[in-house]
Design a protein around this ligand. Structure first.
Ligand code: ZN
Length: 150
């Protein structure tokens, strides 16, 4: 009855008319065409053909991707900003402690090497505060300007 028993068993129902469409034995480079209705389609369960089925990226998807990228960027900005704030706080605490130590040293003797060291460290701490605060403000502005609606 059947001349070619399992020579070409691979068929796929046409999504348009339901006619079985023969699948070529070698992997196809493009979509199949139904001989009955001419419908071109892609076999769902063929992983190698899946990429053909990927729909053209819609505006929504592009938006979603852009938002994802922006949110990633913004997360890193927020992280850097919080690091800058932490640095500023650490410098501020250090500056306060150095001021207290400096005042203490100044009370004992007018100027000694320890007081000079505290003074240098205090200047560095103040610079640290300024630098950290500046970068924190800059990062804060950056995080605001990176809004997706912009
Ligand atoms: Zn068809």
């Amino acid at each position: 009855m059947f001349d070619e028993p399992s020579q070409h068993p691979l068929t796929y129902p046409c999504p348009s008319c339901g006619q079985p469409v023969e699948i070529p034995t070698e992997p196809t480079a493009g979509p199949l065409q139904c001989p009955a209705c001419g419908e071109q389609f892609i076999i769902d369960d063929e992983p190698s053909n899946l990429e053909f089925e990927v729909p053209q990226t819609t505006e929504d998807e592009l938006d979603a991707r852009r938002i994802e990228r922006i949110s990633k960027l913004r997360r890193s900005i927020y992280r850097s900003r919080s690091h800058a704030i932490i640095a500023a706080v650490v410098c501020a605490v250090g500056a306060i402690q150095l001021t207290i130590l400096l005042a203490h040293e100044a009370r004992i003797s007018v100027m000694n090497w320890r007081a000079a060291l505290y003074l240098i460290l205090l200047v560095l701490a103040v610079f640290g505060i300024r630098f950290s605060a500046k970068s924190a403000i800059a990062l804060h502005r950056q995080s605001k300007s990176g809004h997706p609606t912009g």
